[in-house]
Design a protein around this ligand. Structure first.
Ligand code: SAH
Ligand code: SF4
Length: 377
């Protein structure tokens, strides 16, 4: 007999399958074609957590599915709520790994960090955003980032990426928010580097954007990258969702010391890829710039940043650093951030400052690393 783990690998994960693969599976199991759409609706529109929940599928079919496939549902292990309504979810995968997803209600407002800002849409629209993880840990090694301290444990599957959305939708409904899909916006800015898990991230987007599934609009999803240039180019060709790029520095010397990825693809390579990124109305690339005290927050940095971005139709989000004990970086403070922003503005670059969300629970996107794993075992 095969050990359990290998058996798990051999059985396809239902939630990671696209609609055509699901159709092929349903056919192989001798079921009528419409069952594939029905199953898909349970998996991705209703976000069912188990086969048992799929009450209008014949019991015999469900038994076959239970035997021949698996269903990667996450378990909400813990939730921390911030005074500002931000909720940080710790979720457990079926093989006992932990990841985090952060819910942020109503981000609207001119000063907010807002890669989703859509000029054509009224600001009054209720916005409920989830920041999702794409990997357990991260391989990129950025010196200021908590997730980096874990290293890369493993990639998440598409099923695990989308299930973060479904589990949080469930929880929000439980809290009284009505509707099949309380979440309106998604940002791929949690643990991990999305473009380092390219295939599964692309599959997750296909599932989340599908009309028969969660039916998100591509204008309401943003994928953030530390700058994997070849995959940025591919992503531009293969996806319609928005892109955010973590620039975080204005010289290669400075950037390479903060973000090892810069040694492979430097600032010039990165800006070149962004210049060529296919843009439509409302799909301007966002540059993220984490502000680190005494490192990249000077007026000279602002001048260099403006010069780098001159003429590019981009948005800039300044992110005051969320301090992590032990990493040795500091928040420049509101005044320095405001001065930096003004210096950019004087040079024709409009920047937004990200609102401090969930600071009391260390729940900023990009501040995630699962702590106390052993305590939870
Ligand atoms: N790996 C991707 C997405 C996850 S990190 C990326 O790097 O873009 C999301 C964002 O959070 C990045 O812009 C990153 O620079 C930022 N970030 C990481 N740690 C942070 C911290 N402690 N405070 C503020 N921003 C942080
Ligand atoms: Fe990975 Fe992004 Fe953190 Fe860098 S900032 S280590 S790429 S999660």
């Amino acid at each position: 007999m095969l050990p359990v783990v290998q058996e798990e690998v051999a059985r396809p994960d239902l939630r990671s399958l696209g609609i055509s693969e699901l159709a092929a599976l349903v056919e192989r199991l001798g079921q009528r074609p419409y069952r594939a759409r029905q199953l898909y609706g349970w998996l991705h529109r209703k976000g069912a957590s188990s086969l048992e929940a799929m009450t209008d599928l014949p019991a015999a079919f469900r038994q076959r599915l239970a035997k021949e496939t698996r269903l990667s549902t996450l378990a909400i292990d813990a939730v921390q709520e911030s005074v500002d309504g931000t909720r940080k979810y710790r979720m457990r995968t079926q093989d006992g790994k932990f990841i985090e997803s952060v819910y942020m209600p109503d981000q609207a407002g001119p000063e907010s960090f807002d890669p989703e800002a859509d000029e054509e849409e009224p600001l009054a629209r209720v916005r409920r955003t989830l920041c999702v993880s794409t990997q357990v840990g991260c391989a990129m090694g950025c010196g200021f980032c908590m997730t980096a301290t874990m290293g890369l444990v493993r990639n998440l599957t598409a099923g695990e990426i989308v299930d973060q959305v479904y589990r949080v939708n469930d929880d929000l409904r439980r809290l009284g928010i009505r509707g099949e899909r309380p979440l309106t916006n998604l940002v791929y800015m949690g643990m991990g580097e999305p473009l380092h898990n390219y295939a599964q991230v692309m599959r997750s987007l296909e599932l989340l954007l599908s009309e028969e599934g969660a039916n998100f609009s591509h204008r309401h999803i943003t994928v953030s990258t530390s700058g994997l240039v070849p995959n940025i180019v591919r992503f531009g060709e293969e996806s319609q969702v928005k892109l955010a790029v973590s620039l975080n520095a204005t010289t290669d010397e400075q950037r390479a010391s903060l973000m090892p990825v810069d040694k492979k693809w430097n600032i010039a390579d990165l800006l070149d890829a962004v210049r060529k990124f296919p843009s439509r109305q409302g799909r301007r690339v966002t540059f993220e710039y984490v502000m680190l005290r005494g490192v990249n927050d000077s007026d000279e940095d602002a001048g260099r940043l403006a010069a780098l971005l001159r003429g590019m139709p981009v948005k800039v989000n300044l992110i005051p650093y969320n301090e992590n004990p032990g990493l040795g970086f500091g928040d420049p403070g509101a005044e320095r951030v405001a001065t930096f922003r003004k210096a950019l503005g004087a040079r024709g670059i409009t920047a937004m400052v990200r609102k401090n969300r969930g600071r009391d629970i260390a729940a900023a996107c990009g501040q995630l690393a699962v702590q106390g794993e052993s305590a939870a075992d």
